[in-house]
Design a protein around this ligand. Structure first.
Ligand code: G
Ligand code: G
Ligand code: MN
Ligand code: NA
Length: 254
């Protein structure tokens, strides 16, 4: 129970922080947004990566208050950057299944938008396919409420897990985020090349935008641009970075 106790204390003591990784348009190479990624700065332990505490927090339900903190922090920061740099900047926030199934989520998001001044179109929620597989009672209601607010939804890690294309029909998905395991093998692996092209073509046919994650080199970037991918995210452009470093990046790029 030590981890649980430490996590609950961390929430109260504000030991969490957000890193931001830029998303870049392949049209003009400009920064169009960022994904907010949580970190835990534990005293005397240094910075702890989300893989070490997000799944556990999901298990014990702590992800709900933690996710609320992430949402308010990320929206507040995004609106600051929008104003400071006069840019149409979109913030993407990971929403775990338990958070998304919380019927109070839409109202909470509305409150966050009002408090931060962030326009709804500048917020994107990243969800995973696992959420769509469960027969959750409130799922359609939450989707409807979120779409009504004008917030967009991205399907993260697309192509892994038990993807069913029927989800794309059944749920109002605006963006597909191609999993980095495909991008990693481009251009060497012909299967990854073909699958990535197919996902991009399908997105566009279904009226969704498409983002590639895990872009690590110029060859991958060129391939994706050629294939008609809308935006990229990955170490080639930038790793996830602190607020200070991201501000610096924006001041150079805008
Ligand atoms: O930042 P990093 O690549 O280490 O993130 C690892 C995983 O943790 C990713 O799958 C990411 O989606 C998840 N993650 C990061 N931040 C958050 C968050 O704020 N909420 C949720 N639910 N997951 C997050
Ligand atoms: O699952 P999700 O997409 O939310 O995960 C985001 C994670 O992906 C972050 O932890 C981030 O560090 C990682 N990531 C982002 N870009 C790259 C990349 O180019 N290569 C690799 N290996 N990981 C990346
Ligand atoms: Mn994500
Ligand atoms: Na992902």
């Amino acid at each position: 129970y030590t981890l649980e106790r430490n996590l609950r204390r961390a929430l109260v003591d504000e030991e969490f922080l957000l890193y931001y990784q830029p998303k870049v348009s392949l049209d003009d190479g400009k920064i169009v947004g960022a994904e907010a990624l949580i970190r835990w700065h534990m005293p005397e332990m240094g910075v702890i990566e989300p893989n070490e505490f997000v799944p556990f927090s999901e298990e014990i339900g702590l992800i709900v208050p933690m996710g609320r903190w992430v949402l308010s922090k990320a929206c507040e920061q995004a609106q600051k950057w929008r104003q400071q740099f006069n840019i149409d900047f979109k913030i993407s926030v990971n929403i775990s299944p338990k958070q998304f199934q919380d019927p109070k989520l839409p109202q909470f998001i509305l409150d966050v938008l009002l408090a931060s001044g962030l326009p709804a179109h500048a917020l994107q929620l990243e969800i995973t396919e696992g959420l769509l597989m469960v027969e959750a009672e409130h799922l359609s209601l939450v989707f409807d409420a979120i779409k009504t607010l004008g917030i967009s939804i991205s399907l993260d890690d697309f192509g892994t897990g038990f993807s069913s294309l029927s989800y794309l029909q059944r749920f109002p998905i605006d963006n597909l985020k191609i999993d980095r395991s495909f991008i990693h093998e481009i251009p060497e692996n012909q299967d990854s090349v073909v699958l990535t092209k197919a996902i991009i073509a399908m997105s566009s046919a279904l009226g969704m935008s498409v983002t590639a994650e895990g872009v690590e080199n110029l060859a991958q970037q060129n391939f994706l641009k050629e294939a008609g991918c809308d935006e990229i995210q990955g170490f080639y452009f930038s790793k996830p970075i602190s607020v200070e470093d991201f501000s610096q990046l924006l001041s150079q790029h805008t």
